[in-house]
Design a protein around this ligand. Sequence first.
Ligand SMILES: Cc1cc2nc3c(=O)[nH]c(=O)nc-3n(C[C@H](O)[C@H](O)[C@H](O)COP(=O)(O)OP(=O)(O)OC[C@H]3O[C@@H](n4cnc5c(N)ncnc54)[C@H](O)[C@@H]3O)c2cc1C
Length: 307
Amino acid sequence: SEADARRRCASPLFRRGVFIPDFATLQPARLGLGLRRRLIERGALVYERSRMRRLDSSPDGVTVETDAGSVRAGAAVLAVGPASRALRRLRSRLTVTSSHIVLTEPVPDVVAELGWTGGECITDGRTLVHYFRTTRDGRILLGWGGGRPAYGSRLNGRVEVDPDAAKTAHAALLRLFPGLKSRRITHAWGGPIDVSPSHIPQIGTLPGAPVHFALGFTGNGVGPSNLAGRTLASLALGRADDLTRLPIVEAEAGAWVPPEPIAWLGGSLVRGALVRREQEEEAGRRAGPLTRAVCAAPRAFGIHLSR
Ligand SMILES: Cc1cc2nc3c(=O)[nH]c(=O)nc-3n(C[C@H](O)[C@H](O)[C@H](O)COP(=O)(O)OP(=O)(O)OC[C@H]3O[C@@H](n4cnc5c(N)ncnc54)[C@H](O)[C@@H]3O)c2cc1C
């Protein structure tokens, strides 16, 4: 109920909610650094800042070119997230959009006033999702998954940092928590999101090449990439086990992403319509028929949107 939702966090916008008691939050950078330490302790060699420039493969093995030299191996694992779109053979499996975050200065008084002291991470039910949480030092963080689509495999520019997207995220933060009006935003950042047409990650092997990939986490990869990583290890080692037999391995992409500029034009149109629809719905109005039709268009092409 509205009262129950607001007891956890007293935002004036909350109407009702679902409480999931066994959720947890984690700091993904710490997770990454911890995993890296464990790997090095086990004897793995980690070469950082060695960008793959080219990947050649044959049924017998792969060669990866970097600026400093090349590596030959029996198999390769591609876990490059949104950069997968730069590879011709994976391009039609994903689109790339972006997510942006704003972080306040420490505001323990606002957090206390909201009664938001249980450490809950909260997300709304929009397609262009808002996600928000408190931090240990009493800040509030809000992210918005409504950034502009990337053109082709271009991942720099507004896909990384889009001041407009950060401004929109900040405006949402103030609507959700009006008590933050006079408080400072100390950090804002963004990053590309690898969106799968089915909204389900894709794990598989390129036909005729020992190149195994996982992509399309669609903004929810921190937990699932662990399972994907273990599955990729099994695939690279040529094992047939419970992981490689998971239904998600070699599952269909759901739909193929069209070539550019169609993907970018279509993605931009749909994103604009979703922004308009969600603005109208937040104000308690129904979006116009054209906006609703554009929002529904991806479904006609087999592309799944979360709502
Ligand atoms: C702002 C933002 C908020 C997010 N919030 C959440 C969240 O709340 N919960 C959640 O579950 N997920 C969230 N995500 C998504 C999550 O970060 C990803 O799904 C997850 O990191 C995917 O892991 P990955 O290993 O597939 O790819 P990544 O973590 O993207 O790692 C890919 C790596 O490949 C490297 N790389 C790329 N190209 C090359 C190349 N040519 N050569 C060598 N290396 C290369 C990159 O530098 C990068 O280090 C968020 C993402 C963003 C941007």
